[in-house]
Design a protein around this ligand. Structure first.
Ligand code: NAP
Length: 312
C-alpha cells in the first residue's frame, strides 16, 4: 500500500535570505501568498558582513548588518516564515518538493536566490592556516593593532581595507593589476590613509607560516618578476565571488559559468522555478539589482501560482 505522506505546503519557497530572497518574500507576502524562506547560514547574505553600505537609495550610509536586520524584520512582520535550514534537494513537479536538513516541504513555486560564495586564491595552506579570513567585519577585531594584508582590486577589497585601517596598525592592499575595478571613491579614501600601503601589479605567490599560523607572504611584481617578502599577522582575501551551483546543477539549470541563465522575468526553463539576485546571469551585481530581481521573481512566481490554482 502506498504510504500517504503530507508535507507542509507553501505557495512560494524562497531559497536564500539575502537581499534578493527577502525582497521576494516582502513582495509575495504583500500579494497574499504563503511564503517560506530557507537560509543555510546568515540572514542578509553577503550584505550582512559589509562594513558600510553607501549606495542603497534612501540611506546615505548604513551598516550591512543593520540593513540585513531591517529586511529580515520587514519580511517577518509581513508574515513570511524564515527558517535556518539547508536545502539539500529540489524535485520539480506539479508541486515542487524541497528537502532540507530538517524536513520536507512542497511549494507551487520556488525562487532560487542562493547568491554567491567567496572565491579563494587557491594557494597551498589557504584553507588550513589560521590568520586567513574572507570577512573583515567578522574577523577584523582579532587583528586590532596588528599588521594585515588585503588581496583584491574590487570594491570589497577597497572597503575591507578602509574598515581594517581603522583597527589595524598597518594595512597592505595587494592587487594583481595596476587598475582597480572597485569604486573610485573608495580608492581615493584609501589613498588618504597614512597606515595603508597599496601594492598594485603584485601577486601573492606563497603563504608563510609557523605553527599552522600565517606569518608572511611571498610576493611577485607582475611586470619585473621581482620577488619580495611581507610580514603579516593576517590576510583578508577579497578576490570576488562565484555562484554556489549545488542546487542549480542538480536541477540541470546552471550555465557553463555556474550562474543560472534567466532574463529579467527571472524564469528558469523549469516551470514554477525562478531565480533572483547574484546567482542569476546578469551584467551588474549590486544590492539594488538583487532587490530588483527579488521583486520581479516574486511577481512572476505569484502569477504562476494564480495560473496553477486556475488549472486545478
Ligand atoms: P570583483 O569586483 O569581482 O573584484 C574581484 C577582484 O579580485 C578583482 O580586482 C580581481 O582582479 C581580483 N581577483 C580575482 N581573482 C583573483 C586571483 N585569483 N588572485 C588575485 N586577485 C584576484 O569582486 P568584489 O570586490 O567582491 O565585488 C563584487 C560585486 O559587489 C561588484 O559588483 C562590486 O561592485 C559590488 N560591491 C560594491 C560595493 C560598494 O560599496 N559599492 C562594495 C562591495 C562590493 P582583476 O581586477 O584583475 O580581475
Amino acid at each position: 500500500m502506498e504510504e500517504l505522506c503530507m508535507h507542509e505546503h507553501f505557495d512560494l519557497i524562497i531559497v536564500g535570505a539575502g537581499p534578493a530572497g527577502l525582497t521576494a518574500a516582502i513582495y509575495a507576502r504583500r500579494a497574499g501568498r504563503s511564503v517560506l524562506v530557507l537560509e543555510r547560514s546568515s540572514i542578509g547574505g553577503q550584505i550582512a558582513s559589509a562594513p558600510k553600505v553607501e549606495n542603497y537609495p534612501g540611506f546615505s550610509a548604513i551598516s550591512g548588518a543593520e540593513l540585513a536586520e531591517r529586511l529580515y524584520t520587514q519580511a517577518e512582520d509581513l508574515g513570511a516564515r524564515i527558517e535556518l535550514e539547508t536545502v539539500t534537494s529540489i524535485v520539480p513537479g506539479p508541486a515542487h518538493t524541497i528537502t532540507t536538513d530538517y524536513g520536507t516541504y512542497t511549494a507551487a513555486a520556488v525562487i532560487l536566490a542562493t547568491g554567491t560564495v567567496h572565491r579563494a586564491l587557491g594557494l597551498p595552506g589557504e584553507d588550513t592556516l589560521s590568520g586567513i579570513s574572507y570577512c573583515a567585519v567578522c574577523d577584523g577585531a582579532f587583528y586590532q593593532g596588528r599588521d594585515v594584508a588585503v588581496c583584491g582590486g574590487g570594491s570589497s577589497a577597497l572597503q575591507e581595507s578602509l574598515f581594517l585601517s581603522d583597527l589595524c596598525r598597518h594595512v597592505t592592499l595587494i592587487h594583481r593589476r595596476q587598475e582597480f575595478r572597485g569604486d573610485p571613491i573608495l580608492l581615493e579614501a584609501l589613498q588618504t590613509r597614512s597606515n595603508v600601503t597599496i601594492l598594485p601589479d603584485t601577486r601573492i605567490t606563497a603563504l608563510e607560516s609557523r605553527n599552522s599560523t600565517l606569518t608572511g607572504l611571498l610576493l611577485e611584481h607582475a611586470a619585473s618578476g621581482t620577488q619580495s617578502h611581507l610580514d603579516v599577522d593576517g590576510l583578508f582575501v577579497a578576490v570576488g565571488q562565484q555562484p554556489d551551483t549545488t542546487l542549480s546543477q542538480a536541477l540541470g539549470i546552471a550555465g557553463e559559468d555556474g550562474y543560472i541563465p534567466a532574463g529579467e522575468d527571472c524564469r528558469t526553463p523549469i516551470g514554477g522555478i525562478f531565480t533572483a539576485g547574484d546567482c542569476r546571469t546578469k551584467d551588474v551585481r549590486q544590492l539594488t539589482t538583487a532587490c530588483a530581481d527579488g521583486a520581479s521573481a516574486a511577481l512572476a512566481a505569484c502569477q504562476w501560482c494564480t495560473r496553477q490554482s486556475r488549472e486545478v
